[in-house]
Write a protein that binds this ligand. Structure first.
Ligand code: 8IG
Length: 272
């Protein structure tokens, strides 16, 4: 078996050749609803299908296609990663972390993880964008499980004290003062939670719930990247509002928010 870091290094070399980008500055992983918005950042000069890169597995979720778009945003080299994969698709923590490890191995020192999520805070309804201040990983797994990471990567016992970069968070809140911060609770899914589980998450200090982001954030921090997390609240979590949850509702909320997400990303680029 090829080790995860070697696989990411090889995929990064392939990505460099196919995109013509020697080294990226920023990577943005696009969650549901964010892909269309990211068009506001400009027209990509290269588009690489992740199916052609080593170690990438195929997304099975509607609305997630596997591509890496390369853009130059005022001199900043940006990789837009579309087609995230999740534990609930049957993939391992290493497979989930592979796209993020690849773009970091291809140079990106800053990683923006975007997602669509459920909201626990009744004052932050569907359409709200929330900056991740911290997370609670309830997936019962970690991308650090397994062999000891090779040099030059640090210990598998990675320090998560400043997982979501304080520096990036304050820069983002200054540039977009209408945003607020929240604590993201990562579940495995793919079922949505029970009202009792959401009550537990709230008691723990959680304000957002989702099925992505946490493993990618840990892997990115371990590789020394600065991490920013942006959540689009697509639905109220179970028991917060009266309505039942549907995946269609999630996709629709993403569609509805598309132009404002693009405008927001464009506004944040200068502080990244
Ligand atoms: I969008 O309510 C979206 N993703 N776990 N719970 C979890 N993930 C989600 C939810 C939700 N909404």
């Amino acid at each position: 078996m090829t080790h995860p870091y070697q696989l990411a290094t090889e995929a990064a070399d392939e990505l460099r050749v196919r995109s013509g980008v020697d080294s990226y500055d920023v990577a943005i992983v696009l969650g549901s609803g964010w892909k269309e918005g990211a068009r506001a950042l400009g027209t990509p000069f290269a588009e690489v299908a992740t199916g052609t890169l080593r170690g990438f597995v195929a997304p099975t979720v509607v609305g997630h296609a596997g591509q890496i778009f390369s853009l130059d945003v005022n001199g900043v080299k940006v990789a837009l990663v579309s087609g995230r994969v999740h534990l609930y698709e049957g993939y391992t923590a290493d497979q989930v972390a592979h796209p993020v490890r690849t773009v970091i191995a291809a140079g990106a020192r800053k990683v923006v993880l975007t997602n669509a999520c459920g909201g626990i805070d009744p004052t932050k309804g569907p359409g709200s964008v929330v900056v991740i201040k911290d997370h609670i990983n309830l997936t019962a797994t970690s991308p650090m499980e397994g062999d000891v990471p090779p040099a030059p990567y640090g210990s598998r016992f990675v320090d998560l004290t400043d997982l979501y970069s304080r520096r990036l968070r304050s820069a983002v809140l200054e540039a977009a003062p209408e945003l607020s911060e929240g604590v993201y609770v990562g579940f495995r899914g793919p079922h949505y939670e029970t009202p009792a589980e959401i009550a537990m998450a709230r008691t723990m200090g959680g304000t957002l719930v989702g099925m992505s982001t946490v493993l990618e954030a840990i892997a990115a921090r371990h590789m020394g990247a600065e991490v920013l997390g942006l959540c689009l609240v697509s639905n109220f979590a179970a028991g917060v509002a009266d309505a039942p949850l549907s995946h269609l509702e999630v996709l629709e909320a993403g569609q509805a928010a598309t132009s404002s997400l693009g405008e927001l990303l464009a506004r944040l680029m200068p502080v990244l």
